[in-house]
Design a protein around this ligand. Structure first.
Ligand code: MF3
Ligand code: CO
Length: 250
């Protein structure tokens, strides 16, 4: 069952999601060569708690941090560490969730550390735009497969591969709700979208092949061929004529 949220519930999700977006923007400015991923994590946790919210990932299935920081060939779920130092040319994916009044917000973006390669820049652009393409396909009356297909089509047409092991998801009173939202699919298939459904759409693309290996920390997912990966995510509400992006900085 895909839950429909009330306008008041959506406003709580907007508070959580907006906070996530604002903290991600602050973090973006702090991604620089020489900074450790643990420093980013403690900054994020402090900001979330100062805002009276709760980090959503910390303790989720035993995940040990507020932030996921996934660098270069790391796709998602990189665990922050004081030993992991960002270096010039890295692409750094930051993924964070927060809870306000019992409702979740979840968003991600990828940031360049200093000067990056043209290939890396293109991967980031294509991933960001593939999310926009997915969002453009959202409206009441559309099917989930329309959204998945829009992401996949843009990614593949632009030479990138789509990670299949991880998906977007419904979100609300829980971090992960129905439906699961693959970044590939067939138009006209899947659940019908209705106004008030709240979704986290999150393309993860690779420059090379999209096969995934999980490292022996049990979390960090990397591309099997070592190719660069990027990740963008928004929490949105479906509306009659499109979508309301909840994870926008105010
Ligand atoms: N945005 C990711 C997701 O929706 C991040 C989850 S990290 C975890 O699955 F630690 F919470 F699992
Ligand atoms: Co998510």
């Amino acid at each position: 069952m895909i839950e429909i949220k009330t306008p008041a519930e959506i406003e709580s999700m907007r508070r959580a999601s907006r906070l996530v977006a604002e903290v991600l923007l602050l973090l973006k400015a702090r991604v620089k060569p020489g900074v450790s991923t643990a420093e980013l994590d403690s900054f994020a946790e402090k900001r979330v708690r100062e805002a009276g919210a709760v980090p959503a990932f910390l303790g989720y299935r035993g995940y040990p941090a507020t932030l996921c920081v996934s660098i270069n060939e790391e796709i998602v779920h990189g665990i922050p560490s004081p030993k992991r130092i960002i270096k010039e040319g890295d692409i750094v994916s930051l993924d964070m969730g927060a809870v306000c009044d019992g409702f979740y917000g979840d968003a991600a973006l990828t940031v360049a550390a200093g000067e990056i390669s043209g290939q890396a820049k293109r991967l980031m652009d294509v991933t960001r735009i593939s999310l926009e393409m997915g969002l453009s396909a959202v409206k009441a009356g559309a099917r989930l497969g329309d959204v998945s297909h829009a992401v996949e089509k843009y990614a593949v047409e632009n030479g990138m591969s789509v990670v299949r092991e991880f998906t977007g998801h419904g979100i609300g009173r829980h971090l992960h709700e129905e439906p699961s939202i693959p970044n590939y699919g067939k138009p006209g298939t899947g659940p019908l979208l209705k106004a008030g459904m709240t979704l986290a759409i999150e393309p993860m693309l690779c420059l090379g092949r999209a096969e995934v290996v999980v490292k022996n920390d049990g979390w960090t997912a990397v591309s099997a061929d070592g190719s660069l990966s990027a990740h963008y995510e928004h929490t949105i509400a479906v509306t009659e004529d499109g979508c309301d992006i909840l994870s926008k900085a105010g």
